[in-house]
Design a protein around this ligand. Sequence first.
Ligand SMILES: Nc1ncnc2c1ncn2[C@@H]1O[C@H](COP(=O)(O)OP(=O)(O)OP(=O)(O)O)[C@@H](O)[C@H]1O
Length: 703
Amino acid sequence: MGCICCKPSAIEDSKQSPTSKVSLDVRVSMATSSRREDSQRTKDRYGNSEGRTMLIDKQVNGSVRIHGENLDRKREKVECVVRQHPGRGSVPKAIEGEQVAAGWPAWLAAVAGEAIQGWIPRRADSFEKLDKIGQGTYSNVYRARDLDQKKVVALKKVRFDNLEPESVRFMAREIHILRRLDHPNVIKLEGLVTSRMSCSLYLVFEYMEHDLAGLASNPGLKFSEPQVKCYMQQLLCGLDHCHSRGVLHRDIKGSNLLLDNNGILKIADFGLASFYDPLQNQPFTSRVVTLWYRPPELLLGATYYGTAVDLWSTGCILAELYAGKPIMPGRTEVEQLHKIFKLCGSPSEDYWRKSKLPHATIFKPQRPYRRCVAETFKEFPAPALALMETLLSIDPSDRGSAASALKSEFFTTKPLPCGPSSLPKYPPSKEFDAKMRNEEARRQGAAGTKGQRPELERKATRESRAAPAPDANAELVLSMQKRQNQSNSKSRSEKFNPHPEEIASGFPIDPPRPSQAVESNADAHGNHPKRGSHSGPLSHRAAWAKSGKNRDDPPKILTGADLSMMSGLVAARRNNLISEDHRERSGSSQSEAPKLFARFPGSFKEASESFIQHDQEHNVQQKEDGRSDNKDPVLLGYGSKGNKIHYSGPLLVPSGNVDQMLKDHDRQIQEAVRRARLDKAKKRKVQLEANHMSTTSLFVSGR
Ligand SMILES: Nc1ncnc2c1ncn2[C@@H]1O[C@H](COP(=O)(O)OP(=O)(O)OP(=O)(O)O)[C@@H](O)[C@H]1O
């Protein structure tokens, strides 16, 4: 075979903005052929409305096989194999060159070629930046006016770790996934803003006024039942679409469910999302999903999982909408798992045996926990409770699917879901706004009278029904930071400094000044950005006003520590996904555990200690409550509340020595029993002394 000519449009994603389509003739040379049988592949299917379909096999030997039918060419068979450069995106080198010629920066085309395929970059000066509206783990989000399309959009500026290929590839996956999705209940990526000379990237999204977490934290707001059903229906429709296109979201939570003023809900933030193939058993990282919404199997270390992880999070959202607050706000992975077991019961013997979950030995409770979802939420309407019971099943295989949930009685019994357009209109409300309010309260608190909690703070605490959820993997970063502090306090600032790119881009982290247009990314286009009026969310303006500063002089949002945290979080989140991505690309089926051993501190020992303690506290509590599924008196007394271990790190030991871990575990249990006995003996002694005293005093008083 020699060279073949193929149009890149034939390997474009199915949906593109028609204005940004490029059609380039590219010569693809056949560098190597590869044996199918020796390769582990991931397959991506591409197709577009004109009926072209291509199948791309990414193979371990670094080559890419493209084959399929090009219907535009009268069913002409197209097949080519392209040698991939190590560390490069899976587009042929020639296409990469064309992408640079089309205006993409080389660093992006080199590693994210597939994600930007068929698009051309939008120019920074065609947007007018209005204000900062959100802040994610690795991004800042701004409201901006699209001067070409004459509409308001959201610009998500992605932070990179010094343009490292791995961190660019991580972001490319989000773009790639977003482009694969096309549904009214999934946020639409409308384009990308960058230029050949730029070192930053903005994702352009349709603008959404609210997020569910922000609305739920509004004290004066109570959702009606038809309203809850309406939101849940939209969430499940969007999720069903993602799952049917082979996408796991892996971070469903209130702040990632955006709402517009027409009541439309859209699933956003695909930063932790991943492609998956239900027919192929592929391992993923278990360290995804924000803690409060993380299913038990992930906390137990599962690396083989599917759509059920999103369904668990959806169950948590459903319960939260009825309860008015998060139902399982754990502070650590151990506490989270304990909260889950207390509410949903511990897994059945059969499940423990079948699932072979990595941390099962450690976290299997001494005695099974009884499920009490129905008891706890007895005031919820029966159909809502029934759906919750399904979605919050401990065994992932019992959670059904988004499609089956949509057919549940919850949506067919009265009151029926209301139409999105009939939902009330709200002032802009985001979780970010709630965070701003709390930040402001804290600031006022610091300035306020010593020892007195300021009114605003008290108000914020009292009124905040739904506190913002921690970020996905936040606990992991805390643990990383702890280790950083311990190991080398000097290097901390060097490692977690503000991203130079953030500063260099001229698009600072603090909210922009009113009317500030998106600054040109030092690009070749040269036009000055146009200016416009400021009309930011009320809460931002209020925050400025309250801080007693000129609105032009915005409050500082991030402290150095925040930045460190942010950067660490970026690293942690990315590291997990990068190792997963690396595994995907290399075709390795190895679990990520060894990599995590190496990167993060902590041990099963600590985790098991903590879990035993939670477990025993639970038993004690049950005794106090008069409920008793634990008859063992020796456990009483162990683990006073004063010396709780709040383990906040990964659950794996650096050495990965399982035998040692198990020995430690046994030792811990023996130690617990010994301490409990001692405590019990002490208590008995105190009791005896007290009895003796009272007898003596009775005797002395002569009564
Ligand atoms: N299209 C949009 N319209 C309005 N606001 C948005 C939009 N996209 C994102 N935001 C706001 O910005 C916040 C951060 O965005 P996003 O969650 O996509 O970033 P991230 O860095 O991936 O965050 P996370 O740490 O939650 O994963 C959101 O919680 C939301 O409030």
